[in-house]
Every structure is written in C-alpha cells, then in structure tokens.
Write a protein that binds this ligand. Structure first.
Ligand code: PEP
Length: 253
C-alpha cells in the first residue's frame, strides 16, 4: 500500500510566533480529529525547524524542509545541508519546487545531486515536477515532466526510488487558484507512474507515492484525492490556515 501524505509548504511565510500558533493548532486538530492513515508533513521556513520539532507530537506528524544544498558541508554561505537537517530531526525535504527552479536556477542535474544527498542522509525527498501554462497549451507537457523525472531520478536504484515521494505540481496551478481538474491530475499521475514502471517495473512504480500540488484546498481536495493515482497533496496557500489545512488532511485520511 502506498503511503498517503499531505505536506504543507509554508514557503517564506509567518513570523516565529505566527508559525508556532499555526503548528500548535494543526497538531491539536490532527491529533484530535484525524483517525485515518495519513502522514502530515509540515514544511516551515528552515529557521523555525528546530523550534517547532518538539511540538510535532503524535504518530502522524513529520517535519520537512523546503530545500537543501547538494553538498554535505563547506564554503556555501547561507546554505543548509541534508546532514544538518537530519541532525535536528527533519524527516522530509522538498526538492525542485518550481519557485526554486525559476528564481534560483535549479536544474535537473543539480536536483539529482540534491536527491542523492537527501537519501544518503536518511531524508525523504519530495521531488517536485510540473509544466508551465505554455507547455500545457502547446501540448509538450508530458515529455517535459517525464524528462524532469528521468534526469533527476532515474539514476537511483529500485530501493532508492521507493524512498522518493514525487509531487506533480503544474506551474499554472501553483498559487493561482487554477486547480488542475481531478481528471487532469489523474491522467498525469497515471502517466508518470507508467513512466516509472518503464524504468523500474510495475511493482516498484506501484509503491511510489505521487502527490498533487497546485491550488489544492479544503473545497477540492476530496475530489482530487479520490483519484486512484493521487496519493496525497503538497499544499501551499491552504497550509497557512489551520482549519483549511486539516480539512485537506482529513480528505486524504
Ligand atoms: C506549492 O507551492 O507547492 C503549492 C502547491 O502552492 P498552492 O497550494 O498555493 O498552489
């Protein structure tokens, strides 16, 4: 059975106190209201990870970072490495978010190195992929997203790839209010799983959780998560409000 995951990507939002209030509310609601089998990953800004870690009580909650450097240590001012994240109890790391690809120039080759570093240090990468609106409209999107996966993940062994979580996030849906329809999400997730099966075989592909991200919210999550290849969500805006986020979690539980 594939792992069901709902991850909240706070991006660069919330002061320390605002964040702590949000963490406390989410933890209380998840522990009181969520009975099903779902892993909830909170990904606040890196600055707050150590502070928030002790608040993540219960067996459903995990801590994630939004990025890591590909090297373990060294002269990379301002950066944070996978061993550092592991050393403070972080479990997951988002890699290759479209904002990091767009604003920080992250490439598929660099992301392959980041994925390696995360796995070597016992972190679960949440590897993001997805196409622009232009690609969606001119029909090139499937090849583009498959290439993102091929170039950043297909060097991994069978054992390693089953430790990776993939997040399909069409760029045109991120933060825009334009969600992919449940049929569009299912079509892509199915195609991406077929792509994984082509490289690793069907049994391995069936083990890999593929999350949907892009304006998923309390209103549309249940329909998205009802699709057979949508194993959960990577949630941006709706993860900043406790009730909205926990409603999304409950739609997956
Ligand atoms: C994201 O940034 O990963 C995301 C899915 O954002 P939003 O939910 O706000 O579209």
């Amino acid at each position: 059975m594939r792992k069901k995951i709902v991850a909240g990507n706070w991006k660069m939002n919330k002061t320390a106190d605002e964040g702590l209030a949000l963490v406390s509310e989410v933890v209380n609601m998840v522990n009181a209201e969520v009975t099903g089998d779902v892993t909830v990953v909170l990904c606040p800004p890196a600055l707050y990870l150590t502070t928030y870690k002790p608040y993540l009580t219960g067996n459903k909650l995990a801590l994630g970072a939004q990025n890591c450097h590909e090297k373990a240590s060294g002269a990379y001012t301002g950066e944070i490495s996978a061993p550092m994240l592991k050393s403070i109890g972080v479990d997951y790391v988002i890699l290759g978010h479209s904002e990091r690809r767009q604003y920080f120039g992250e490439t598929n080759a660099q992301l392959a190195e980041k994925v390696n570093s995360a796995l070597e240090n016992g972190l679960t990468p949440i590897f993001c992929c997805g196409e622009s609106l232009e690609m969606r409209e001119n029909g090139d999107y499937l090849g583009f997203v498959k290439a993102q996966i091929t170039e950043s993940l297909f060097h991994l062994t069978d054992e390693q790839i089953t430790k990776v979580v993939i997040a399909y996030e069409p760029i045109w849906a991120i933060g825009t209010g334009l969600t992919a329809t449940s049929a569009q999400a299912q079509d892509m997730h199915f195609e991406l799983r077929q792509h994984l099966a082509g490289q690793y075989g069907d049994a391995v592909a069936q083990e890999i959780s593929i999350l949907y991200g892009g304006s998923a919210n309390a209103q549309n999550a249940a329909e998205l998560f009802a699709q057979p290849d949508v194993d959960g969500g990577l949630i941006g805006g709706a993860s900043l409000k406790s009730r909205d986020f926990v409603t999304v979690v409950k739609a997956r539980a």
